[in-house]
Ligand binder design. Structure first.
Ligand code: ZN
Ligand code: ZN
Ligand code: ZN
Length: 146
């Protein structure tokens, strides 16, 4: 999904594409990483200092509501990081030993989505999938200390 498609989604949902909204989307798009709200606020301020914290927070809430982004709590932190849902979905394998995050694209969940839509009479717009486990290094470490 491109920035264009994201802004389209915003308009379709009846929201104006304000300068603040566009800037927040741009930041998330460019950094292409997991960003805390503080990091988003800093990056937005670097582009346009006139955009206040409150409007960044409101924008993050709105984009979350539209499933363009999701907050997640990887790294066991108390502060959520925001991730883009590139094509409506985003996937992690989180190592509970070292907090390493592996990203993967192909979830193969299209069939499950269809089933859920039928079963619960819903229209799904995206998902954030996180698996938890031990990475190969942590498995090795555990074996060596056992
Ligand atoms: Zn690990
Ligand atoms: Zn991610
Ligand atoms: Zn997926």
């Amino acid at each position: 999904m491109s920035l264009e498609q994201r802004t389209q989604r915003l308009r379709e949902a009846g929201y104006k594409l304000t300068h603040a909204r566009l800037t927040v989307l741009q930041v998330l798009e460019q950094q292409h990483e997991h960003l805390t709200s503080t990091q988003v606020i800093d990056a937005v301020a670097a582009i346009d200092p006139s955009i206040g914290r409150a409007s960044v927070f409101r924008t993050l809430d709105l984009l979350t509501e539209l499933t363009l982004i999701r907050p997640t709590y990887i790294d066991g932190s108390a502060t959520p990081v925001y991730v883009l849902l590139p094509n409506g979905h985003h996937h992690h394998i989180v190592c509970t030993g070292c907090n390493r995050v592996i990203e993967f694209d192909d979830c193969g969940l299209a069939e499950l989505e269809q089933r859920l839509e039928t079963q619960y009479q819903v229209k799904l717009t995206g998902h954030l999938l996180e698996f938890y486990g031990r990475c190969s290094l942590c498995v090795l470490k555990a074996e060596n200390t056992a």
